[in-house]
Design a protein around this ligand. Structure first.
Ligand code: DAH
Length: 350
C-alpha cells in the first residue's frame, strides 16, 4: 500500500507538471482526490490492514493527500497567473507617448445635436436649464394636467423608486419648476420666460431598433403676453434650419397632449428628397419630428402664472430621434451601446 501511495504521489506530480489548461485540472482533481478517485479508493481499502499498520498508512495517506492538494492549488495559481498574463499580452498596446491630438475621443452624436440646438436657442435668447432625472409624480404628471388614472399615463410607464419618486419619462417634467423659477421676473419685470431643458428620459419599454428605455429629449417653453402659434412656428423653423443647415419647411397637424391646447405634431420637409416624396418619408414629403402646442391654462396655473394674462408655447424635441435622422443611425440601441465601433461612425469634429 505504501508503494501505491508513493506511486500516486509521483504520478500526480508528473501529470500536474504537464497540464497547461485550467479546465484539465478539474478532471485531475476528480480522478485523484474525488469521492471515487484513486486516493479515496486506497483509503477505503485500509480496513483490511492490521491494527498496527493502519495508523501509519493513514498518516501517510493524509500526507499524500495534502501534498497533492497543495500541488493542485499551486498549479491553479500558476495557470491563473499565466491566463492573466496572456490576457494582458493580447490587449492593444497604448503608447502613452503618442501626442494627444491623434489619441482623442469624440463626442457622442446626441451630445453634438444637443449642443447645436442649444447654440441656436441661446442665440435667440433662451436660457439652457438642467433638471434632475429623478422627479415627483406631481412634476412628471399632475402639474402637466395628467391626473392619476389618466390614460395618457399608459404611454409613459417608467421606473419608480421605493419612495414614490420616478425617473422622468419626458423633459416636460421640468416645466413646473421652470415656471416657478422665472414667474417673478415675468410678472414684476415683464421678462418673457424663454428656456430649453435637455435631458435624459426613461420609459419602461421593450427595446428594439426603434425603441429604447433611455433616450434624450429637449423641452422648450416660451411664455409672455400675446404669444401665439406663429411664434412657435417661427422658432421651430429657425432652429431646425440651423441644425440641419438647410431651409426646412414645417407644418403642424393636430396632436393630443394633456398639457397643451391646442396640441400639434410638427412635421418637417423630408431631409432626403426635400419634400418631393421618397422612401424615407413614405412618399409623403414630410417627416414627423416634434410634438408641441400652446401651454394649457391649467399647466400655467400650476406654475403660478395667470393664464388670463399670459400665454406660451412648449415643444418636446426628441434629441435621440434628431441624432438618428442627422447621422443616419438605423438602430437606436447603438446610441447607448458604449460601443466605439458603432459610435465612431456617427461622430464628427466639433
Ligand atoms: N412630453 C411629450 C412626450 O414625451 C412630448 C411633448 C408634446 C412635449 C407636446 C411638449 C409638447 O412640450 O408641447 O411624449
Amino acid at each position: 500500500m505504501k508503494q501505491k501511495l508513493e506511486e500516486i504521489r509521483a504520478r500526480a506530480r508528473e501529470e500536474l507538471g504537464s497540464v497547461s489548461e485550467l479546465s484539465e485540472l478539474e478532471n485531475f482533481r476528480v480522478r485523484v482526490l474525488g469521492k471515487k478517485g484513486e486516493l479515496t479508493g486506497i483509503l477505503k481499502s485500509m480496513g483490511g490492514l492490521s491494527a498496527e499498520e493502519r495508523p501509519k498508512m493513514g498518516q501517510l495517506a493524509n500526507e499524500v493527500r495534502q501534498n497533492i492538494e497543495k500541488m493542485l492549488a499551486d498549479k491553479i495559481e500558476e495557470l491563473k497567473a499565466r491566463e492573466v498574463q496572456r490576457e494582458i499580452e493580447s490587449m492593444p498596446v497604448f503608447d502613452i507617448s503618442v501626442p494627444m491630438d491623434t489619441a482623442q475621443g469624440s463626442y457622442h452624436p446626441i451630445t453634438l445635436v444637443q449642443r447645436q440646438c442649444e447654440a441656436v436657442f441661446k442665440s435667440m435668447g433662451f436660457a439652457v436649464e438642467e433638471y434632475s432625472e429623478i422627479v415627483t409624480d406631481y412634476e412628471c404628471f399632475e402639474a402637466l394636467n395628467i391626473p392619476k388614472d389618466h390614460p395618457a399615463r399608459d404611454m409613459q410607464d417608467t421606473y419608480y423608486l421605493e419612495n414614490g419618486q420616478l425617473l422622468k419619462s419626458h423633459t416636460s417634467a421640468a416645466q413646473n419648476a421652470i415656471y416657478k423659477k422665472y414667474r417673478d421676473a415675468l410678472v414684476n419685470e415683464g421678462k418673457p420666460i424663454k428656456a430649453i431643458f435637455p435631458g435624459r428620459c426613461f420609459r419602461n419599454e421593450a427595446t428594439d431598433a426603434c425603441h429604447e428605455n433611455t433616450f434624450f429629449q429637449m423641452e422648450g417653453v416660451m411664455v409672455d403676453k400675446n404669444i401665439s402659434i406663429s411664434n412657435l412656428i417661427y422658432f421651430m423653423k429657425t432652429m431646425l434650419s440651423e441644425v440641419f443647415q438647410k431651409d426646412i419647411q414645417v407644418r403642424l397637424r393636430p396632436g393630443f397632449f394633456p398639457f397643451v391646447e391646442p396640441g400639434f405634431e410638427l412635421d418637417i420637409s423630408c431631409l432626403i428628397c426635400g419634400g418631393e416624396g421618397c422612401a424615407s418619408c413614405k412618399h409623403s414629403g414630410w417627416l414627423e419630428l416634434c410634438p408641441c402646442g400652446m401651454i394649457h391654462p391649467e399647466v400655467l396655473k400650476a406654475g403660478g402664472i395667470d393664464p388670463e394674462e399670459y400665454t406660451g408655447f412648449a415643444f418636446g424635441l426628441g434629441l435621440t430621434r434628431l441624432a438618428m435622422m442627422k447621422y443616419g443611425v438605423k438602430d437606436i440601441r447603438d446610441l447607448n451601446s458604449g460601443s466605439l465601433k458603432a459610435l465612431s461612425q456617427f461622430t464628427e469634429d466639433e
